[in-house]
Design a protein around this ligand. Structure first.
Ligand SMILES: [Zn+2]
Length: 186
């Protein structure tokens, strides 16, 4: 598992998906006034992944509008300090582990106990009770175990492997846009 977090190929795939999502967003126009969109990326310094220092975002070019359009992302799960794949996989991995093993992993990954607690809280409350999950949960062939999130999702997507992980991040990406912002409030 720790290996997939260091997998360069996974990072490249996620970068490519984010570039495509950004390209699609920029091709569209400003949703408020129809103006052209210019690059206006957000600086980021995420932990647990490559040096991803920009979250793609666009700004309306019209004076007096300047509204933002931020495409979904498979790399950043909102404003969390760690890259999205860490928030997903590490949270899943911790479920059902002995305290000793959790502690070892925390040290190896340099994630403090408080952060892990916040992630657990976020998955169990904001995510499971949020509009996104309530709308999407019906599409799974087998019910996803909700009191073991995100482990249930990781298993449903086979996300311990490269392809499944990228698919899971794509599935989650709508919650990273403003229309679902409530889900990411933490
Ligand atoms: Zn505009």
């Amino acid at each position: 598992m720790e290996n997939i977090l260091q997998d360069r190929r996974v990072h490249e795939l996620l970068e490519k998906v984010d570039r495509d999502l950004a390209w699609k967003a920029q091709r569209g126009r400003c949703e408020h006034c129809g103006g052209q969109l210019h690059r206006g990326d957000y600086p980021r310094k995420p932990r647990g992944g490559p040096d991803w220092d920009k979250r793609y975002s666009f700004c309306c070019s019209r004076e007096g509008c300047r509204k933002r359009k931020t495409p979904p992302s498979v790399r950043f799960l909102g404003r969390k300090v760690y890259v999205g794949v860490v928030v997903v996989l590490v949270s899943a991995m911790m479920q059902g582990l002995s305290e000793e093993r959790v502690k070892r992993l925390r040290h190896a990954l340099e994630i403090d106990r408080r952060t892990l607690g916040q992630w657990r809280e976020w998955w169990m409350r904001s995510f499971v009770r949020g509009v996104f999950w309530r709308a999407e949960r019906g599409r799974f062939r087998w019910p996803v175990v909700e009191d073991q999130m995100p482990l249930g999702l990781v298993e449903a997507f086979g996300a311990w492997r490269r392809e499944g992980l990228v698919n899971l991040m794509k599935f989650l990406s709508p919650i990273t846009t403003s229309s679902c912002r409530g889900v990411l409030a933490m």
